[in-house]
Write a protein of this length. Structure first.
Ligand code: ADP
Ligand code: MG
Length: 820
């Protein structure tokens, strides 16, 4: 057995842990055992000096989950022959499980894709393939720089990434990439893999015939999944090109700075959190994808807007469709699991329940189309199939509450299979016969406590207490002696037992066969199921966006190819939902290529600069996923990229200084922004000495205005910068209004034209709770620095104490009236 183990172990990559099936346990040996014992925090035992560690089959799911979460891959070495005395059981590696290939629902996040990605470089082309084995999605894309590839990887955030083992150096900056056999990536080989898999002559139909680098990555992904991980990939039915020019590009740091899908303060504070009112996991995954990949094309955006308009016009249908969707579960992942011979009767049942909701939903969709003809709705209605035969079959076949196991029976409903019904009757009759036997034997023997029992070792037997042993008749055969009882069998009992067990075993087999057959029926429909899931996801996202628009009075933005960006009374889409203490103050924006292409925004800390410029970016982004926006009205000339740069955030993990990070990101903008881009700069140049920083901020602003001509919002504490407006026609100065009240400062949150008169740093410092002695001293120094006649006095504590401590009046609207 050990030599069988070692052969198997040698066939696996070093990092994979081999779970060797031994009786009812999975065992690991040698180094695998040592590594796993540490992760699982379980006992490491030794037999003949061989370290080993293991866990029972029935608990395997939890243990495997732990190993995967710790970043391991595990191989299952299963027994493939029936154990026979004196003979070595045959074993085979049935599959390898990794983070990117799990199908266990407990390990998956409903609202997130579980991607396995692969990259390959040919000359200047950076190919990327990305598969979600849990849903069957399979896409590829090509980029012309490593940075662009990395940005897309960051958007997709795959749980597993493989690269060719001969490109490890070129791709060394991709964190946690796993090297895989370079042979699988050779363009001819990879292409062959794809052609074989899709059973096609060329890749023209998928639109990727010319994308050699990406196809190599895609072929290698399939190779990895099927050969190394031993997965069925039958449900990967097509490969689609992710056209990178179709999307508004949002680089990794901009994505982070805008808190699109993740934020340090939790999901609630992200754009995704604010917009997600989807009802199904498929919709939630799709919305996430939309937010990270907004569109540049007017046509599909208009279609999405039209459909939202339609739902808003008919709130009754909106509510009805959303209701119908609520009962629909993860059709995509469930059907994928089933098509890979995973899953159980409960999955079939869940799938059936979901499919049954579709006809009603389609009726509602038809009503929508009837009320306002809509191309997108037409397409969706076409994509979303109903499955009358399949649901009828499942309802007829499946029991009401099927078990999660496959081999114990109970999955199939009475009346579905005549033979099964007969066997069940036989078994039932047999059990009745046995129950009556207990009665008649009690009478015959006069032992009232005589019982007929059953266990897995002896089957049925008669049990008599020791005290009654004398009364046992001659035809009883003794089988076992217990402490207080004797156990017997009789030939007629054994004969009936044979019948019952035979019937039970046969019916379990019949049920299993019937289940496999039903599962096969699902596989036959996999194309339509995937298409349906996709259509439902889109519908779900649009219904959710409509709901959000209705709840928060979002309006339909006017979109065109102009360079305008005009927002009336815009709000921050996330803050307007999460702000509790204050009411959100709306603000207007007018970016016009002639007069205000670059807006310089000044104002004290905490005034609301960062919020405002992000709000403009988020509204633009929302508009370009087709959503309505939080504003009274908006006119948005479509953008090709959105950049959002925030000054002074240390990336210590990467070992770069604040300033270096800042400059890297700034140069990314300068090198990539176009006239169609939207650039948000928040306090750049802060990470270095004042004059350095100011000079850099100044020249960056000039360049954005003069050469790139990108629409730019620039929040800065460098007041000097506002001089730019004197020499540059399309620079406009704005500031966030504040009011002074005695020594305090009140934030009005209103963006007004002009420059801030001063920075109010000292007032803000007071708000933050700095002691008044320090505040007063700072004021002295400030007036000195500003060249006022008064020299700073030597720090004098007694004077400081005399200054009364004031508290800041709360800025509520009623109070503000006082100042107007
Ligand atoms: P700055 O960048 O000028 O220092 P922020 O944009 O970070 O200021 O805003 C500080 C806080 O003010 C935010 O956390 C938010 O709670 C609040 N705030 C900003 N803008 C508004 C607004 N328009 N309405 C209400 N509260 C706002
Ligand atoms: Mg700020």
């Amino acid at each position: 057995m050990m030599s069988q183990y070692l052969t198997m172990r040698r066939s696996l990559p070093d990092d994979v842990l081999l779970l060797f099936s031994l009786g009812d346990f999975y065992e690991m040996f040698f180094e695998d055992a040592q590594r796993a014992a540490e992760i699982l925090n379980c006992a490491l035992t030794k037999r003949h000096e061989t370290p080993m560690c293991g866990f029972p089959h029935h608990a395997a799911e939890g243990y495997i989950a732990k190993l995967i979460k710790a970043g391991k891959r595990v191989a299952l070495g299963e027994q493939t022959s029936i154990p026979q005395a004196g003979k070595l059981v045959e074993r085979e590696i049935t599959q390898i499980i990794s983070a990117g290939t799990v199908s266990d629902l407990n390990l998956l996040d409903d609202n997130k894709h579980n991607y396995i990605a692969s990259c390959y470089i040919i000359k200047e082309q950076y190919g990327l393939a990305c598969a979600d084995h849990t849903t069957g999605e399979f896409t590829l894309a090509e980029f012309n720089s490593l940075d662009a590839l990395k940005d897309e990887l960051n958007r997709l955030s795959p749980t597993e990434l493989i690269i060719a083992d001969d490109q490890v150096d070129e791709l060394s900056s991709l964190a946690q990439a796993l090297p895989y056999d370079a042979f699988a990536y050779i363009p001819d080989q990879a292409r062959h893999t794809l052609l074989e898999h899709f059973k096609v002559q060329s890749l023209i139909g998928f639109g990727c015939e010319e994308m050699t680098a990406a196809c190599s990555a895609a072929g290698a992904t399939l190779h990895y999944l099927s050969y190394q991980m031993r997965r069925s990939c039958d449900h990967l039915r097509k490969i689609s090109v992710r056209n990178t020019t179709e999307h508004v590009l949002i680089d990794t740091s901009s994505q982070r700075n805008l808190d699109l899908v993740e934020s340090r303060s939790g999901r609630k504070h992200t754009l995704l959190g604010a917009l997600d009112r989807t009802s199904t996991p498929m919709g939630a995954r799709k919305l996430r994808d939309w937010i990270l990949h907004p569109l540049c094309d007017l046509e599909p955006l208009t279609q999405r807007q039209d459909l939202i308009a339609c739902f808003l016009d008919q709130p009754f249908l909106l509510a009805k469709c959303r209701d119908a969707l609520k009962g629909i579960r993860d059709i995509e992942r469930t059907s994928s699991r089933l098509s890979q011979n995973h899953g159980n009767a409960r999955d079939l049942q869940a799938l059936t329940c979901s499919l049954e909701k579709i006809p009603e939903l389609k009726e509602d969709l038809k009503a929508v189309i009837h009320a306002a003809p809509n191309q997108l709705a037409d397409q969706l209605a076409e994509k979303i199939h109903t499955f009358p035969e399949l649901t009828e079959l499942m309802n007829r076949a499946l029991a009401d509450e099927p078990p999660s196991t496959l081999k114990d029976g109970g999955m199939i409903r009475d009346g579905y299979l005549a033979e099964l019904d007969e066997l069940r009757n036989a078994s039932r009759d047999g059990k009745k016969w046995i129950a009556s036997l207990q009665e008649s034997e009690r009478k015959r023997t006069g032992i009232d406590s005589l019982k007929i029992k059953y266990n897995n070792v002896f089957g049925y037997f008669l049990e008599v207490t020791k005290a009654n042993a004398g009364k046992v008749p001659d035809d009883y055969q003794r089988k076992q002696t217990m402490a207080n009882a004797e156990r017997f069998i009789t030939p007629e009992l054994k004969e009936m037992e044979g019948k019952i067990l035979g019937a039970d075993e046969r019916s379990r087999q019949l049920e299993f066969d019937a289940f496999v057959d039903l599962r096969l029926q699902v596989c036959e429909h996999i194309d339509e199921l995937q298409e349906t899931a996709n259509g439902l996801a889109t519908l779900d996202v649009l219904l959710g966006l409509s709901e959000t628009a209705q709840l928060y009075q979002h309006t339909r933005p006017v979109l065109d190819e102009s360079f305008q960006l005009k927002i009336t009374e815009g709000r921050h889409p996330v803050l307007e939902q999460t702000l509790v203490e204050e009411k959100f103050v709306p603000n207007c924006t007018n970016i016009d290529p002639k007069s205000s292409q670059l807006i310089l925004l000044t104002g004290p800390n905490m005034a609301g600069k960062s919020t405002y410029i992000r709000q403009v970016a988020l509204i633009t982004l929302m508009a370009q996923i087709g959503a309505y926006v939080p504003a009274e009205s908006a006119h948005i000339g479509l953008v090709d990229r959105i950049f959002c740069r925030v000054g002074a955030s240390d990336d210590l993990a990467l070992g770069q200084s604040t300033f270096m990070v800042e400059m890297n990101e700034t140069s990314l903008i300068i090198n990539n922004a176009t006239e169609k881009s939207l650039v948000i700069l928040d306090e750049i140049g802060r990470g270095t000495a004042t004059f350095d920083g100011l000079s850099i901020a100044w020249s960056v602003a000039e360049h954005l205005h003069d050469d790139i001509k990108a629409r730019t919002l620039f929040a800065t504490h460098y007041h000097e910068l506002t001089d730019l407006a004197r020499t540059r026609p399309a620079v406009a100065n704005y500031n966030v209004a504040v009011r002074e009240w005695n020594d305090d400062i009140i934030f009005l949150r209103k963006i007004v034209e002009g420059t801030a008169d001063k920075s109010y740093g000292i007032q803000v410092a007071r708000l933050a709770g700095l002691p008044s002695s320090i505040i007063d001293r700072a004021k002295d120094i400030l007036s000195h620095l500003e060249g006022n006649a008064v020299k700073p006095e030597t720090n004098n504590k007694t004077k400081a104490k005399s200054s009364p401590k004031r508290t800041m009046p709360k800025a509520n609207p009623a109070q503000l009236d006082m100042f107007d």
